[in-house]
Each structure stands twice: as C-alpha cells, then as structure tokens.
Design a protein around this ligand. Structure first.
Ligand SMILES: Nc1ncnc2c1ncn2[C@@H]1O[C@H](COP(=O)(O)OP(=O)(O)OP(=O)(O)O)[C@@H](O)[C@H]1O
Ligand SMILES: [Mg+2]
Length: 407
C-alpha cells in the first residue's frame, strides 16, 4: 500500500516544491518593497507604508512557519492583502506618480495570483489575476490619477500589469494541473506494477507447488498405479506387498497435507552455503538402480538454495534415466566458469527426440516443469541433447551472482 500511495506523495512533493518557490518569491519581493520604500524619497503616508510592510511581513512569516493548507479562507485573506497592497501603493506614492516610478507594491501581489493558480488551477489563477488587475486600477485612482483623461500609454501600462497577473496565475495553475495529472499516471503505473508482481508471485508459488507435487506425490501415485496393475495381473497378492503400497500412499498423503498447510510466507529457503559436489556425490551414492558417478572441478560452494534446487532437478533427470533410458551408467558433472555453474547429467541409454510442446501435451511435466522450471527460476537455462540410440545429456546452466553467494 505504501507503494500505491507513491503517485500521490509525488504530487505532494511537487506541490511542496511549488509552494516553497512561491514563499521564496514572497520574501524576495517583500525585501524589494522595503528597498523601494527606503529609497523612494518622500512618501505620502510613511506610517501607512511601514504598517503595511509590517503586516505583510507578519503574514509572510505566518505562511512560512505554519505552512497552512490553501483553504478558501487562507486564499481569500491572501488575495485581500494583495488587493489592499495595490490600493495602499496608490495612497503612499506621491500623487500622480503610480505607473511612472518604481512601484511601492513591487511584485508581492503576483504571489497571490500564483498561489491561487497552484491551489485552484488555471481558472483560479486567472480569476485572481483579474481581481488584482482591478485593484491596480483602484490603486491608480487612489493615487489621484484621472484615468479618463490619461494618455493611452498609462492605460496600456494598466492592461500590461493586469496581463502579468493573469499570465502568472494561469501558468502556475497549468503547471499544478500537469503535476497532478502526471502524479495520477505514476500512481496508476505503480498500481499496475504491484498487480503484475502479485500475479507473478502467485504464478511462481503455483509452479513451485506443481514441481513439488510432481516430484513426490505424482511419482508415488505412478508407482502405486504400476505396482497395483502388476500385482493384480500376478494372481494372489502377498499381504506385505499391499502393505508396502499402503505405506507409500500414507507417506504421500502426509507430504501432501503438509504442503497444503505450509505457511505461504515461509518459502523454505535454506540459508548459508552448500557444496554442490558433496550434494551430487550424496545423490549418486543413494542411487541403487544403476552405477552413477559424480564429479566436479572443486567443492563448488554455492548458496544453499541453489544447491537444493539443482539437486532436485538432477534427481528428476536421474529418475528419467532409470525410468526411460535403459542405460548402463550415468555421469553427473559440475563446473563453474565465469560465475556460471554448468551441470550435466549424461547417460548411455536409448535416447529420444526432445519436443517440449509434444511432451507437455501428453501430460509429461518432469523435464519442462521440474527440471527446466527450476533452473529458470534461478535465472538459468536447460538444454537437452539426445538422439534415439545415442544416449542423453541434460545440461543445466545457472548464473551465480556475488551478492547471492554472500548471503
Ligand atoms: N534420459 C532419458 N532417456 C530416454 N528418454 C528420456 C530420458 N529423459 C526423458 N526421456 C523421455 O522424455 C519423456 C519426458 O520426460 P518427463 O520427465 O518430462 O516426463 P515423464 O518422466 O514421462 O513423466 P513425469 O512427468 O512423471 O516425469 C519421457 O517420457 C521419456 O520418453
Ligand atoms: Mg520424468
């Protein structure tokens, strides 16, 4: 959920940067206003100028410290102050000088237009800009300027000032809306990524369950099936044979129950490192049906999870040799070259034509899911080299990242 909120937090961050920029602008224009007031020479109402600057400093200080949300009362107050400032400028500037000399109100009222734009979008920014434009007119009137008989240049100046407010408010409004839209798109993309990850995790869990069921319960069921038919065909059945099958079924029942009850959060990943050569030797030593040799270019210390998965894959390849190859021997060999572990299972049996699609269509999932699926989950690949009559070689290649090795 934290990630899902990323889009909105990006928008929050964008808005925070924008409002910081506006605050900085307020302080700079306030400072400029003080400089203008000090250098203006005679002001008509110095006390009013000082009080206005003090009031604006207090307002700007409160905005900086409290960082209030741009609610309607805050926005209304800000706009009222900016309008008031334009009026006061007319009152404190020497009569008839507004528009001719550096203006007392300086750029501070622009902050109100952009604050409205940031909070209420283009419409809000433009509306505030128009109100501020109107207050410029009021300021000129308060300064004793007779607009009716003014030069066209004065009116053009007024229009230009209004346009500045409107453009500033509208442009910031546009930026704020774009910011929100891209934050929305980011949020949507993040949610989609999360959903895709959840789907992938569910799929991986399903694949892993499928492999475990194939390697244990399915193999046992196939054996029970085969032995059951053999026993049925051979006349009276010795009780110990039936008891053996029942025991096998009971063992697999227990295994299936614990698989179902397994805590999904516990992925059973073993920690630490293990020697692949030792594990292969253990596997070869346990095989009773035919001679198996195991070799490696060294101990091959790998993450224990890799060793566990590789051994499970090799066990399936060995089962296939026993089941299908009619081989006289099998060789397991492992080596590591440039961070890639290469493991081969080679037999001298009858061989076959490997066609994954065809095998899956026949419900044969050992090679595709239990072997290939396993190495692919480790980021590796499987290759089968086999021809009828020429034996079979199953090659597994798995890259080992250095950070996995250190775990
Ligand atoms: N080493 C091998 N030598 C000869 N044939 C093989 C060998 N390995 C696999 N095969 C052939 O490939 C087929 C597919 O093997 P796979 O392990 O996918 O399925 P399976 O062993 O038939 O059934 P299961 O799904 O129970 O493993 C086998 O049925 C067999 O015909
Ligand atoms: Mg198989």
């Amino acid at each position: 959920m934290r990630k899902a909120a990323r889009g909105s937090s990006e928008a929050e961050r964008g808005r925070a940067v924008l409002s910081l920029g506006i605050l900085a602008f307020r302080w700079v224009s306030l400072g400029w206003m003080v400089i203008l007031a000090l250098t203006a020479g005679e002001l008509r109402r110095p006390a009013l100028a000082v009080a206005t600057i003090a009031g604006l400093a207090a307002w700007t200080g409160w905005l900086t410290v409290a960082r209030p949300r741009p609610t309607w009362p805050v926005l209304a107050c800000d706009l009222a102050l900016a309008v008031g400032l334009n009026l006061v400028a007319g009152l404190v500037m020497p009569a008839g000088t507004v528009g001719e000399r550096p203006f007392f109100a300086a750029g501070y009222p622009v902050a109100a237009a952009v604050t409205w734009g940031a909070a209420r979008g283009v419409g809000g920014g433009v509306a505030a800009g128009l109100v501020l434009g109107a207050s410029l007119v009021a300021g000129q009137l308060a300064n004793g300027i007779d607009l009716a008989s003014s030069e066209p240049a004065v009116l053009l100046d007024l229009a230009g000032g209004t346009l500045n407010f409107v453009l500033a408010g509208g442009a910031v409004g546009l930026v704020a809306r774009l910011l929100e839209r891209s934050a929305g798109q980011l949020r949507q993309a993040t949610e989609e990524t999360i959903r895709a990850r959840e789907r992938a995790a569910r799929l991986a869990e399903r694949e892993s369950l499928g492999r475990q069921i194939h390697d244990s319960v399915l193999q046992a069921l196939a054996l029970v099936h085969k032995r059951g038919r053999e026993l049925a065909a051979g006349g009276p059945v010795p009780p110990d044979q039936v008891a053996g099958l029942a025991e096998m079924a009971a063992g697999q029942e227990r295994a299936l129950r614990s698989l179902i009850l397994r805590d999904p959060a516990d992925d059973g990943t073993p920690a630490g490192a293990a020697s692949l050569r030792a594990a292969l030797e253990g596997l070869a030593g346990a095989e009773r049906s035919l001679p198996v040799t195991a070799g490696a270019t060294g101990a091959l210390w790998l993450p224990a999870r890799h060793v566990e998965e590789l051994v499970a894959a090799v066990r399936q390849a060995l089962d296939n040799v026993v089941e299908h190859a009619g081989a006289t021997r099998v060789a397991l060999f492992a080596e590591e070259d440039a961070g890639v572990v290469v493991l081969t299972v080679r037999d001298d049996g009858r061989g076959f034509r490997y066609d994954e699609r065809q095998l899956l269509a026949q419900g044969k999932i050992g090679l595709a899911k239990s072997i290939k699926g396993r190495v692919e989950q480790l980021g590796g690949t499987m290759a089968v080299t086999s021809r009828p009559g020429a034996g079979t070689e199953v090659e597994l290649r798995v890259p080992i990242r250095e950070d996995e090795r250190d775990r």
